[in-house]
Design a protein around this ligand. Sequence first.
Ligand SMILES: Nc1ncnc2c1ncn2[C@@H]1O[C@H](COP(=O)(O)OP(=O)(O)OP(=O)(O)O)[C@@H](O)[C@H]1O
Ligand code: SF4
Ligand SMILES: [Mg+2]
Length: 337
Amino acid sequence: MDRASSNLVELRDLKVAFDGVQVLHGIDLNVGRGEAVGLVGESGCGKSVTWLAALGLLPGKASVTGSVRLDGQELAGGPREAFEQVRGGRIAMIFQDPSSSLNPVLRIGRQIVEALSLHRGLRGDPAKREALRLLDMVGIPDARRRFDLYPHEFSGGQCQRLMIAMALAGEPDLLIADEPTTALDATIQAQILDLLIQLRAETGMATVFISHDLGAVSQVCERVCVMYAGRIVEEGSVAELFSEPRHPYTRGLFDAIPRIDGPRQRLIPIPGTVPNPKHLPEGCSFQPRCFRAVEACRSERPVLDTSADGRQLACFRPVQANEPVEPRARVTEDMLL
Ligand SMILES: Nc1ncnc2c1ncn2[C@@H]1O[C@H](COP(=O)(O)OP(=O)(O)OP(=O)(O)O)[C@@H](O)[C@H]1O
Ligand code: SF4
Ligand SMILES: [Mg+2]
């Protein structure tokens, strides 16, 4: 096993097509041991498909190519068992909807005990003790009494906690959280984010946090990858990206969210929508929506490159520091309706 790399997971040139339509165009992404990486972008950009592909969870009709290494060991193209051993064990994934992970007809305690038996070989009293410890760890009050309840007897936020407890049963090195708080109200969202931060601090597991919510990403993550139309278009530390977004798309995402600090400003949504993967524009995929597009952007596609100051960016005309959005990208009243 090659352990020379400090990365826990390395995705290289990961591509996915459904029925001949390419939706992921070559993703290169590293996750370091214990690191928290955010993945942001509008709906349909390929955030979920990236990790479903990496874990071998896409349906058979999906064509997946590229390399997925865990601790230097290649998983892609290998036997199904290689993925199965890793999933739920060294890498766990939680989703927006807990019902996709919790079985509605099994008591919650039994589900966690089964996960402990599968991934850690625990049975009987030691398994029950560990399940109670996990329930306690994710903040389920009175876990001993609630051990034998069914999922529907818990609230939405508690179900999310139960799903996290199941994910922790395999003592994962990496937890992939795909929009884990989107369906919850704001107070519960904040609690689940706090829980993810606390668990990472306690266990040292790496986290991939997929979200539309840039605020949540900044709380949970150290590094962020911004995706657009099946590609990573900008990558950097949270501090860099939030203080000075360089890609016009990243800048657009920031301009479209309300600020709680600073003067009140009109929000500027990015005009238009994410293109259909079947009909991607020529050149840069973001070009029809971009306030900085020039002629070259319509014929050539920028590749993700490291700029002189070490930022990763795919753009011919990056945004300059404090540059206002140009008038032609400002939305008209009818776009706001
Ligand atoms: N099973 C599938 N069959 C066909 N196309 C799919 C399938 N799953 C995803 N896609 C397509 O792949 C593209 C990327 O989808 P993906 O679910 O990764 O987006 P996302 O960034 O996670 O969006 P969201 O924020 O809405 O979850 C989309 O165009 C989507 O329609
Ligand atoms: S390459 Fe051109 S169109 Fe694409 S984001 Fe940069 S400026 Fe905009
Ligand atoms: Mg998704």
